[in-house]
Ligand binder design. Structure first.
Ligand code: F6P
Length: 756
């Protein structure tokens, strides 16, 4: 038994035993006394009845002509004695066992004769205790004498110890047993879980995550366990963060953490407001029965920005598109998030259905999206979509200005993505003091491609209202600067990568976005490994697993990926029955025909390939079409031998980075399209051209036959890179750059930064 349990047991056992003993004693006493009284009462009732019977017999034979008859009657008495006296005190007869003391008429008989009433009492003859009755003997209504009737109390007194013993067995002992049983129950369901929890917490305190073992969850302390687990996890995370800080200090490296970003941003923005604007909100509320529930939408933007807002606080303005969004917000559309531990404000902007159709589905996703991604999907430009796009940008400008009303000068506004090309200019016109950055999360095409947009000029004018425009990579910056050069009157400063126009200078810089480097793992539980759990859940028998995690978008190269899988199985038949690919595909923009076509094509291609190769126990492709949460995706990353990212064109692609971050074990291979921003950083991935099916099939073969040491070496280099280039560094870079802009310089053409 562990020391704490022993301590608690020692403290609890004596009082429980003492109380049980007292309860048992009290019960025994009460029960014994009751039995005792009952026996006494019965003895006396019997004595009274016997005395009455004797008196009746005497009165019947009065005047006692045959005294021998009377003696014989009295001698038949057992455990009793009797004597008969005349009214003047002479003893007429007496039983042979009558104690000497009662030979002369006792006073009690005299009293009974005088009062004509029965008199009772207890007396002793120094040998026994007697219950004494004196009864007047009446003949024809007149008192003729007195009867003394003695009942021996010794037999009933002798029964009392037996009665007490019985009471002890019947009541005292069960009471003691019940008390012990209660103690055992407390021991099992409270003391034991509590001490296990204490042991576990001590291990956490002294040994860390690895040594803490599984969290005890039994007994009525289970709810407490949950709370304590959270607390312990925070403690572990804090300790690991501190250890990591120490390690980094020691190494002189500069790793960014939420705490460091928070401190940095506070120094840099000096109490001025921080606003983030995006179309997609970080939390969407939906109804589930009567309850409100929230979901985190898929996509890189939310993945990247949410940790930054958590670290820096501020306000995130976004379109409220969840079916229950209005119910979860106040009358201004505001609510504090994350819902379970609020750190910043989410301000929802409400869009009419026709606005959402024209601005989001139409201009943004049927126009700009295919325009910026070179995937041979033709952009659609409709005048009414453009009108809605402009109107919604103005609506968001109102929301930003409204949030900034009455706040300090020079607020920081970080605008996200291609939904808001017009927003920087609209805000700048109304708040010239605002420091505005626009980050474009998708590629920027070459000037020829961009030039087909009927509103190219308006888009660039709007964007150049920002002080900084950020892209993921330098290549997109160059494309943008060339597009400006071809479209607008401006002076390009290729030395500083800036656009100078009459009243505004805009820096155009790469800020490769990233992910939040994951905290220390939660203390492991006795759950099965991700690989075993997934195989069991999906009924998989294959030796090797591949995974892909995508929004179902035509830019992600999904049909090409399926063709490559098919070619791989064809070309390397030894992997048939041995390799299964799992696609976690989140439906996206499903109102648009192009996306509906894609979903249908993926389903039918998956079916075709499965029909072609499957066996009784093996399915080559598993297509899980639903939005998976980060927690649901993580085990797939951890279980996979290979992760496939085959985008035809992608600004960055954070799935590739999430996969690397998830592989603490150093194993697993990343196959990455050369047309992603991430391929510039993750150079140890197997870089492929997604249009080259043969090359992708070979890359898959290389990945699955790569020796573990090579996997580890590649993974270690990618992890090192990502660990120091996380989203906190990205945010710090963008915000620092924005803070360094000299606003007054914007009316001149002088270089615009105070410091490099
Ligand atoms: O990566 C581009 C992007 O628009 C992101 O801004 C967003 O996170 C993602 O695609 C998801 O798209 P949507 O918001 O249209 O679902």
């Amino acid at each position: 038994m562990s020391a704490p349990r022993l301590g608690i047991t020692r403290r609890l056992l004596p009082p429980i035993l003492l109380i049980s003993a007292l309860v048992a004693a009290a019960c025994t006493f009460l029960q014994g006394r009751q039995e005792h009284e009952r026996l006494k009462w019965e003895t006396r009732q019997r004595a009274i009845a016997a005395a009455d019977t004797l008196r009746g017999a005497i009165e019947a034979v009065w005047p006692l002509d045959q005294p021998g008859q009377l003696h014989a009657l009295l001698d038949r008495l057992r455990d009793s004695a009797a004597a008969l006296y005349t009214a003047d005190g002479a003893r007429v007869a007496g039983s042979s066992n009558l104690p000497e003391k009662f030979l002369p008429m006792p006073g009690i008989v005299r009293d009974a004769i005088h009062t004509n009433q029965r008199t009772k009492g207890i007396e002793t003859d120094n040998q026994r205790w007697w219950y004494v009755q004196a009864l007047p003997v009446r003949v024809n209504g007149a008192v003729r004498g007195g009867l003394l009737f003695l009942s021996d109390l010794s037999p009933s007194e002798a029964a009392f110890p037996r009665l007490w013993r019985q009471a002890l067995w019947r009541v005292g002992l069960p009471a003691l047993l019940i008390a012990l049983l209660i103690f055992l129950i407390i021991q099992r369901s409270v003391i034991r879980p509590l001490t296990e929890l204490m042991d576990w917490m001590r291990r956490v305190r002294t040994g860390g995550a690895e040594r803490s073992g599984p969290v005890p969850r039994s007994g009525i302390v289970a709810p407490l366990t949950r709370e304590v687990t959270h607390l312990a996890r925070s403690l572990l995370a804090a300790r690991l963060a501190a250890a990591e800080e120490a390690r980094l200090r020691h190494q002189g490296e500069s790793r960014w953490t939420p705490e460091r970003l928070n401190a940095h941003v506070r120094t840099v923005i000096q109490g001025r407001p921080l606003i983030v604007v995006s179309n997609r909100e970080p939390y969407m509320h939906v109804r589930q029965g009567k309850a409100l529930r929230y979901i985190v939408p898929p996509g890189g933007l939310v993945t990247a920005l949410e940790p930054v807002l958590r670290a820096c606080s501020g306000t995130w303005i976004a379109a409220g598109t969840g079916e229950a969004d209005r119910e979860a917000a106040d009358e201004h559309g505001r609510l504090r998030v994350p819902p379970e531990a609020p750190r910043y404000t989410l301000r929802r902007v409400w869009l009419q259905p026709d606005e959402e159709r024209g601005y989001y589905y139409g201009f943004a996703n049927e126009g700009l999206w295919p325009l910026c991604h070179i995937t041979h999907t033709r952009p659609l430009f409709r005048a009414e979509d453009w009108t809605h796009y402009a109107r919604v940008n103005a609506k968001f400008a109102d929301a930003v200005v409204d949030e900034l009303a009455g706040t300090a000068d020079e607020p920081f506004v970080l605008i996200q993505d291609y939904h808001f090309a017009l927003l920087p200019r609209l805000i700048k016109e109304r708040r010239p003091d605002a420091r505005i950055a626009l980050f474009w999360h998708i590629p920027w095409p070459n000037p020829e491609s961009f030039g087909i947009c009927p509103w190219a000029r308006e888009l660039l004018e709007g964007m150049l209202g920002a002080d900084i425009i950020g892209f993921h990579i330098q290549f997109f910056c160059n494309n943008f600067l060339e597009s400006v050069d071809r479209t607008l009157e401006s002076r390009l400063d290729w030395e500083h990568f800036a656009v100078n126009r009459a009243e505004q200078t805009t820096l155009v810089k790469p800020f490769p976005i990233s992910i939040a480097w994951p905290d220390a793992p939660a203390p492991t539980t006795d759950e099965a490994s991700p690989r075993t759990a997934i195989a069991e859940r999906l009924g998989l028998t294959a030796r090797w697993l591949g995974v892909g995690v995508d929004r179902l978008d035509y830019t992600k190269g999904l049909p090409e990926r399926l063709l490559a899988l098919e070619r791989f199985l064809e070309k390397y038949p030894e992997f048939q029955g041995q390799f299964t690919y799992i696609e976690l595909g989140a439906p996206s923009r499903s109102l648009l025909p192009r996306y509906q076509e894609l979903e249908a094509a993926l389903v039918s291609e998956t079916d075709r390939i499965n029909r072609r190769f499957h066996t009784k126990s093996w399915t080559p492709v598993v297509f899980l079409k639903k939005q998976h949460s980060h927690d649901e995706i993580l085990p797939f990353y951890q279980a996979a031998d290979v992760c496939l990212v085959t985008s035809l064109h992608d600004g960055m692609n954070l799935v590739s980075k999430e996969f690397v971050a998830a592989r603490r074990d150093g194993q697993g291979v990343l196959i990455l399209s050369q047309f992603t921003g991430a391929s510039r950083e993750l150079r140890d991935a197997l870089i492929v051209n997604p249009y080259d099916i043969e090359q992708m099939a070979d890359a898959l073969h290389t990945a699955l036959t790569m020796p573990p040491e090579e996997q580890r070496a590649r993974m270690a280099r990618m992890r090192d890179m990502l660990q120091t280039h996380d989203v906190y560094r990205w945010a710090a870079g963008l915000i620092t750059e924005l803070a360094n802009i000299r606003l007054e310089a914007k009316i001149s053409s002088a270089p615009t930064r105070e410091a490099e």
